[in-house]
Design a protein around this ligand. Structure first.
Ligand code: UD1
Ligand code: MG
Length: 461
């Protein structure tokens, strides 16, 4: 029985009802051996720009608005399951009993289908697909039962081809099953697709084993849909977006594509990269405005750089925060837990780890600062070292505001240097130093007049 329209809180019927959003399940196929990687690590856990292929794919389908995620793994892939749970805690995991093909893999996730309207199939080894492209695949379902990703391949060998008849897609034929006359076709299948949930399970189940490999091909869904009089749509993608990773060369090629995107994004947001191809970024590198990055700088995951900072050549940063106007490098190393305040200078051959340096701190040459807190304006001399580790435990060093640490000082932690204190060069500091004091902990200098002259005279005889 149709219900009368509900009346809103103010006694008025709503003008338009929000159109029910179609709920979409992303099925991410991660099963597979990745034999050609020659690696101890599962293929989909190899990294691109600081995060795994799998995590990239999961992030893309999430960004494309997937309402649920199902990840399909092979039996015994515990490492992948662990990584998947960390990257997408809400995802459901399904095990494909045997590697019988892509359609078989999608059907492993069938128990999850019921609560969704549509299915989006993604490959974990194809991590460069943009969220917008996934979104376009989904949108295409408004008109079609199945939407596939098509691209023009420079070298189509190995890809399934889109077979058209009068502009209509009739089937996808896998490379191994092509006739001689079809070999030259360059419009290829990107692999990923969107399937309307109402028809999906039936279509998937109808896929038999009738192909050269004795596998259940997901791609056969196109011919099955057409045979039932259903529409199939093609969404265009760039070849570099559908780059699949099977070996280390393809991994490097994908890294190059991703680095290109990350550099472009950084520059578009107001970062100057003197030589973009010589700066390596991570998926999550964050820059303020007017940051300048010189060549040969590596940003590992978890780096944030504030407005107007300069990262000079040959620096390596990982898990570090760089304050506005700071200057890092050349040849600096910032390790996880580094927080540099505003206008800090960290110069050549300085390593910082788990340490916060207050505004205006200068550590310009040859120092190691680990497990430390340094107050604003302090000066760390060349060769100064925080001795933070005794082989078993890490200890803290605190340096007060405006303190001056002379060159080659060894600060044996745990130790505190008071604000404004001076540490004599070459000192080995094992006890706390009071604010504004001078501490010198080295042998006193002795001088013997004319000793050298006498020494030489003796030897010349
Ligand atoms: C697939 C497409 C091909 C397309 C190409 C694009 C099929 C049948 N073919 O071929 O048309 O041009 O991608 O790169 O879909 N997987 C499983 N279980 C299986 C088999 C595969 O989970 O039993 C997973 C793989 O881990 C991988 C994805 O599915 O992530 C694709 O499988 P793959 O063997 O790489 O297919 P292609 O031969 O590349
Ligand atoms: Mg492949």
């Amino acid at each position: 029985m149709p219900q009368p329209p509900k009346v809103g809180a103010f006694g008025l019927a709503p003008m338009t009802r929000p159109k029910a959003k179609r709920r979409c399940l992303a099925v991410v196929l991660a099963a597979g051996e990745g034999r050609r990687m020659y690696s101890q690590r599962p293929k989909v856990l190899h990294d691109l720009a600081g995060r795994s292929l799998l995590a990239h794919t999961l992030a893309a389908v999430e960004a494309a608005g997937a309402d649920g995620i199902a990840i399909v793994v092979a039996p015994g892939q515990d490492e992948i399951v662990g990584a998947a749970k960390r990257a997408a805690p809400a995802a459901q995991i399904f095990v494909q009993s045997a590697p019988l093909g892509t359609a078989h893999a999608v059907l492993a996730a069938q128990p999850a289908f019921a609560s969704f309207d549509d299915i989006l199939v993604a490959f974990a080894d194809t991590p460069l697909v943009m969220p917008q492209t996934f979104a376009k695949l989904r949108e295409a379902l408004a008109e079609a039962a199945v939407a596939v990703l098509g691209f023009e391949a420079a070298d189509p060998q190995g890809y399934g081809r889109l077979i058209l008849d009068k502009g209509e897609l009739t089937e996808i034929r896998e490379d191994k099953d092509l006739s001689e006359s079809q070999r030259g076709l360059t419009l290829c299948n990107g692999g990923l697709m969107a399937i309307c949930g109402a028809q999906g399970p039936g279509l998937l189940e109808s896929i038999g084993k009738a192909n050269a490999q004795g596998e259940y091909y997901l791609t056969d869904i196109v011919a099955k849909a057409r045979a039932r009089g259903l529409k199939v749509a093609i969404v265009a993608a760039q070849e570099e977006e559908v780059l699949g990773i099977n070996d280390r060369r393809q991994l490097a090629a994908a890294e190059a594509v991703l680095q290109g995107r990350l550099r472009d994004n950084a520059m578009a947001a107001g970062v100057t990269l003197l030589d973009p191809r010589r700066v390596y970024l991570s998926f999550d590198t964050q820059f303020g405005r007017d940051v300048v990055v010189e060549p040969d700088v590596f940003f590992g995951p978890g780096v944030k750089v504030g407005d107007g900072a300069t990262i000079r050549a040959f620096s390596h940063l990982l898990g570090a925060e760089v304050g506005a106007g700071a200057i890092v490098g050349p040849f600096a190393r910032l390790r996880p837990g580094t927080v540099l305040g505003e206008s800090v200078h960290v110069g050549n051959f300085v390593e910082v780890k788990a340490a916060s340096l207050g505004a205006g701190v200068k550590a310009n040459h040859l120092a190691y600062i680990g497990d430390a807190t340094i107050g604003p304006g302090a000066n760390i001399g060349a060769g100064a070292i925080t001795c933070n580790y005794d082989g078993f435990t890490k200890f803290q060093t605190n340096i007060g505001e405006g303190a001056f640490i002379g060159v080659n000082a060894a600060l044996v932690a745990p130790v505190s240097i008071g604000a404004g204190a001076y540490i004599g060069s070459g000192s080995v500091i094992t006890k706390d130093v009071a604010a504004d004091a001078l501490a010198v902990a080295r042998p006193r200098q002795i001088e013997k007049p004319f000793w050298a002259k006498a020494f030489r005279a003796k030897h010349r005889k």
